[in-house]
Design a protein around this ligand. Structure first.
Ligand code: SF4
Length: 246
């Protein structure tokens, strides 16, 4: 079972991977300014209870996708984060998963009782090119986090993850192209190189989506949005991947 929790909304573009951010694209369609970071009305969703029974509304055992319309570690949310951590601690029966491009802010954003990390929190670090991998992964590798995942999406160039010995500390790797009308090209070979490294190290791998422009066998394919996930599935290159949403 899975649930979505966006305690705040809005973000500031940070690196190449942010260029065509899906939050900005979605907000543009609705006339919302994505640069304004604001608490949402769903801020306390994890601890909301049913009136009658007093039970939590989100059932025990649910995977909670956290902060998917912002970055959990953005500085504009510093004032709300302590409360968010408190809710995650209270709901130790849920599993929270967040994705960040700001792993370099992690150490200044954790609560006092974090220790080696909360068992029920996965923090996923995204890397879109070699430059960002070389900057973020050394920080990420050293960070006290119980569950670590790497996301190479949108994959903008070949990334060599070998120097980071990911077999020793990474639980899962995701890769995918970029979507949207201005999407940059992704090469299937880049995806396969990451996939092969995962197989070699016995790390589950998920080819999430092809993106809108995929080069395979020297040919450029323009892939409509509705087919980007299914085409990735058809490539049949996932390794030990189990969807978290089921
Ligand atoms: S960090 Fe994520 S949410 Fe924020 S602008 Fe970049 S891609 Fe968008």
């Amino acid at each position: 079972m899975a649930s979505l929790w966006n305690p705040w909304h809005g973000c500031h573009k940070l690196s190449e991977g942010c260029k065509h951010c899906y939050v900005y694209r979605g907000d543009a369609r609705r006339g919302i300014d994505s640069t304004i970071v604001a608490q949402t009305k769903n801020f306390d969703v994890p601890i909301r209870k049913k009136k009658r029974s007093g039970e939590y509304k989100i059932p025990s055992g649910t995977n909670v996708y956290t902060c998917f319309t912002s970055d959990f570690f953005i500085d504009a949310a510093d004032q709300w984060r302590a409360q968010a951590w408190k809710m995650m601690k209270e709901r130790s029966d849920l599993h929270f998963l967040m994705i960040t491009k700001r792993i370099d802010r992690f150490s200044q954003c954790i609560p006092d009782d974090w220790g080696d990390g909360y068992d029920n929190v996965t923090i996923c670090c995204t890397v879109e090119n070699q430059d960002r991998a070389d900057y973020r992964l050394p920080i990420y590798r050293e960070a006290p986090i119980k569950h670590k995942m790497i996301m190479c999406e949108p994959l903008l160039e070949r990334i060599d993850l070998r120097p980071y010995n990911i077999g020793e500390w990474v639980e899962h790797v995701t890769a995918g192209g970029e979507s949207g009308k201005d999407a940059r090209v992704c090469h299937f070979d880049w995806i396969m190189e990451i996939r092969d490294l995962c197989v070699e190290n016995d790390i589950p791998f998920w080819f999430k989506q092809t993106g809108a422009r995929l080069v395979k066998g020297g040919k450029l394919y323009n892939i409509p949005r509705r087919l980007q996930h299914s085409q990735a599935r058809k490539a049949n290159i996932n390794y030990k991947y189990r969807s978290l949403t089921k």
